[in-house]
Design a protein around this ligand. Structure first.
Ligand SMILES: [Zn+2]
Ligand SMILES: [Zn+2]
Length: 305
């Protein structure tokens, strides 16, 4: 599981940073990728990061401001050109359905695969299956805006392949049964208990990906105890008044949320176009003065969860 930032600029792109979009790479866990926000040129950034639209299973939008949304029509319609016609789920604030219907109608476009749109209007569990549970909570921005808490359910223990080989149990379909902890009978008559070959269950992972917001209680609750918190830091510390006025946070405010929520690691993104990459050290050091384990995202940077 890892996070790749496709765009890290706030409001509009710069020559160094594209607008908001993040890939959650679940290729190992479920053979799929999920997208959080979809700013302009997201499909181009996906190609640069070597991710295929064919693997895209879910899109989560934090809010409907253009810098988080305007790449969506391109992503959805390009996906129609693929051979792979697997369903896609789109989750975002109320209005997203009307946006998609309007943009496809006016541009004479159509989608060839099933698109399941889920509009959220209040705090809710927006997705759950046997692997993951995703909770959304409303943040405090100028328009309805949500943050997402992604909780991995317990990860199954892996098989101890070395031990199996030592005991002359060759690989094959029965490995799958052993992995489920079942007892199987081998061709040579031996009876083998899968539980004897399983390692410890790996701890499940949690992360929080928040949309634009001023500091608020929902952010702390979403970020509580997560392995990685992705928080916007539109402005430097000295511009707190400006940040608040526009519904945004500063570096220090993002770090304070990470500290209050006892997160393990903070990644700040959504950086105002007023800053260039040369300002990264200043911005990240401001955050580190409050929460040491902080990184600043740059376009196409990846972080292991
Ligand atoms: Zn924004
Ligand atoms: Zn916004």
């Amino acid at each position: 599981m890892n996070l790749t930032f496709l765009g890290t600029s706030a409001g509009s792109p710069t020559s160094e940073r594209n607008v908001s979009s993040i890939i959650l790479d679940l290729l190992q866990e479920r053979g799929k990728i999920w997208l959080f926000d979809c700013g302009e040129a997201t499909q181009m950034q996906m190609q640069k990061a070597k991710y295929s639209l064919a693997k895209l299973e879910m899109i989560f939008l934090t809010h409907l401001h253009g810098d988080h949304l305007f790449g969506l029509p391109g992503v959805l319609t390009s996906r129609s050109l693929l051979q792979n016609q697997s369903p896609l789920t789109l989750i975002g604030p109320k209005g997203i359905k009307e946006f998609i219907e309007t943009v496809t109608r006016v541009s004479y476009s159509w989608l060839t695969y099933p698109l399941n749109i889920i509009e959220i209007e209040h705090d809710d569990t927006v997705f759950e299956d046997k692997q993951f549970c995703i909770k959304a909570r409303q943040l405090e921005h100028r328009v309805p805006c949500f943050g997402y808490r992604i909780i991995e359910k317990e990860r199954p223990a892996s098989l101890n392949i070395d031990k199996l080989k030592q005991d002359n149990i060759s690989s094959g379909p029965l490995y799958a049964q052993l992995k489920q902890g079942k007892t199987v009978t081998l061709e040579d008559g031996r009876v083998i208990n899968g539980l004897d070959y399983l390692g410890d269950a790996k701890p499940s992972r949690k992360l929080a990906i928040l949309g634009d917001t001023i500091p608020c209680q929902s952010s702390i609750e979403l970020a509580e105890d997560v392995d990685i918190l992705v928080h916007e830091a539109t402005q430097e510390d000295i511009l707190q008044d400006k940040a608040t006025e526009r519904g945004h946070s500063t570096t220090v405010q993002a770090a304070t949320i990470a500290k209050q929520a006892k997160t393990k690691r903070l990644i700040i993104t959504h950086i105002s176009p007023r800053y260039s990459l040369k300002d990264n050290d200043q911005l990240v050091n401001e955050a580190k003065s409050v929460f040491a384990n902080t990184d600043i995202a740059t376009d196409l940077a990846s972080f292991q969860v």
